[in-house]
Design a binder for this molecule. Structure first.
Ligand code: GN1
Ligand code: MG
Length: 362
């Protein structure tokens, strides 16, 4: 994706109906997919900030569908919180364009804008077990609020996004094509992945049999997708609604464990540091169950440790596939970045296998 110049970024920011005068804008480094910017506006002595994103159209080929989903989800959550009177949880608010739409395009791409939520912080690691609990409860609550929104109203915008079996097929295709000649350098990882290929069908089989239903999930439950109140460290908002669509409940729990219970950064190069922290994992279980309430069936509870392993395996597979395919999907900032990310995930899977008994949810 071409980078956007300051001029085109400014022009994009001005596509939105923001009152006041634009004072400044800066790049705001977030995630592996979109380009994010923060702008500051002044009106009557008050400054207000906004978050703008240039959407990655290589990853999201159906931008109207993506934005329609986000409108539906934020609208539903707003109504829900209004009806229940809960005031400790906030919903992302889209800022309309000057012609009243939720997104727009200019020469540099497709753009959307959110109100920036002040006095909050996002974290890449937990500063206490309480952070893990809070984040998990927030994602659990988020999912439970969406339970009564029919899944066909928030369809997949990236086909098969949550299907591990599909991810394995993409991996095998990349291996066979080997466009960069990188397969020879990842033999151990390929073996590791193939030895565990059986895992990928388990969830699809349950969904097929109807053991548990498809539900609308968040789909990217990294710790840094929760905003914490700066002072109290209570979780106040769940952000990054791009992958909020029809999926399986435990994907959210699994991805939460993958990222938040990790003992290292997602892209750590020293694999000695990679692994999973059991105490953090247990806080995540407790928080997610408290937040999701009775939404989970008994089978889903039993599958929580498996989901953690499967999602970690699947995201590892995606990073490895992208490394082999030539880094066309995830943004990278160094050579071998996707391979480093993949190796951390696979090491975590190994640790989770060893901890399987201890990870059980009783
Ligand atoms: C991507 O860009 P970010 O960090 O929000 C990806 C997720 C992965 C994650 C891995 C649309 O999310 O699925 O789990 O990277 N998002 C998409 O860190 O593919
Ligand atoms: Mg995301």
């Amino acid at each position: 994706m071409a980078t956007s110049s300051p001029q085109s970024t400014e022009a994009a920011v001005r596509l939105f109906a923001i009152p006041g005068e634009l004072r400044s804008f800066e790049s705001f480094d977030r995630g592996h997919i979109h380009d994010t910017f923060l702008s500051t506006w002044a009106q009557d002595g008050v400054t207000t900030r906004y978050l703008h994103q240039r959407l990655n159209q290589n990853v999201f080929q159906d931008i109207p569908g993506l934005m329609r989903n986000i409108e539906r989800v934020t609208g539903h959550l707003e109504r829900k919180l209004r009806d229940t009177g809960e005031q400790d949880f906030r919903v992302l608010k889209l800022v309309p364009t000057v012609d009243g739409r939720s997104w727009s395009t200019n020469g540099s791409g497709a753009w959307r804008t959110y109100e920036y939520i002040e006095n909050t912080i996002s974290c890449d690691t937990c500063s206490s077990p309480g952070d893990a609990y809070e984040a998990a409860r927030a994602f659990g609550r988020f999912q439970s609020y969406l339970q009564d929104l029919p899944v066909d109203e928030v369809p997949e915008t990236i086909p098969n996004f949550f299907s591990s079996a599909f991810r394995l097929r993409q991996f095998e295709e990349a291996l066979a094509a080997d466009p960069m000649g990188r397969v020879a350098g990842v033999e151990a990882e390929v073996r590791f992945v193939r030895e565990r290929a059986d895992m990928v069908n388990v969830i699809d089989e349950h969904l097929g049999k109807g053991t548990f239903p498809q539900r609308i999930v968040h789909g990217d439950t990294k710790l840094n997708n929760v905003l914490f109140d700066r002072d109290s460290h209570r979780a106040v908002c769940v952000v990054d609604l791009d992958t909020c669509m029809a999926g399986w409940t435990l994907y959210d729990f699994g991805d939460l464990a993958r990222f938040t219970a990790a003992t290292s950064a997602e892209d750590e190069r020293n694999l000695e540091l990679a692994g999973m922290d059991l105490d953090t994992y247990r806080e995540l279980v407790r928080g997610f169950l408290d937040g999701a309430g009775d939404a989970l069936t008994d089978t889903e509870r039993e599958l929580m440790p498996f989901a953690a392993r499967l999602v970690t395996y699947t995201v590892g597979l995606r990073f490895l596939t992208d490394h082999i395919a030539g880094d066309t999907y995830f943004k990278i900032s160094r050579e071998g970045h996707n391979l480093d990310r993949a190796r951390v995930q696979l090491r975590m899977v190994e640790r989770m296998e060893a901890l399987d008994d201890a990870m059980r949810v009783t």
